[in-house]
Ligand binder design. Structure first.
Ligand SMILES: [Zn+2]
Length: 174
């Protein structure tokens, strides 16, 4: 049994239709800054990321050359693999679903001329009680990222942590 019924409402928030309503925005579009929302509940962890195109591929317009298309494809694949996010190994988490949505690279540019990569992930963790930390390595995967704003919601409440200067460690309140 896959956890699809649980995932579905979460995915709705990431659909392009929602994007046009600006509902997908996790945080302000600031070059050099990525936003990560993490929600932990029972045995599941849902993660949403928004990354400016500027930091993912170095431009924010529809790819005009094979090299630019390759850059978009590479960033999409990199986000899809979710290697930038490493939950505490003891929590025994498995990536059940990943969805990456580039916005503003497909023809019509977005209002303001900006473009983003949005991604959402669904993890299942066998030992969620051991999820005491996460490693968020977005700045390693995308070196143009200087600041990562991580918002965390767990049974213990909500918190926000700002990662800068090579810091990737995020503590998870139990
Ligand atoms: Zn921009």
């Amino acid at each position: 049994m896959k956890a699809l019924p649980l995932v579905f409402p979460f995915l709705l928030a990431a659909l392009p239709i929602a994007a046009h309503a600006e509902a997908r925005q996790l945080g302000p579009h600031v070059h050099g800054q990525a936003s990560v929302n993490i929600a932990v509940e029972a045995s599941t962890m849902d993660v949403q990321v928004s990354l400016p195109g500027h930091d993912a591929v170095g431009f924010e317009h529809p790819p005009g050359t094979p090299a630019e298309q390759a850059a978009v494809d590479k960033a999409t694949a990199s986000l899809n693999a979710a290697a930038w996010l490493v939950p505490a190994p003891a929590a025994d988490c498995t990536l059940a679903l990943a969805r990456v949505s580039p916005h503003g690279f497909g023809g019509a540019t977005e209002a303001g001329g900006h473009a983003d990569f949005d991604a959402s992930y669904h993890f299942t963790c066998r030992r969620m009680d051991r999820l005491d930390q996460l490693d968020v390595r977005l700045a390693s995967a995308f070196p143009s990222v200087a600041k990562v704003v991580v918002s965390l919601i767990t049974a213990a409440g909500s918190s926000q942590q700002v990662l800068e200067g090579g810091v990737s460690h995020v503590g998870v309140p139990q």
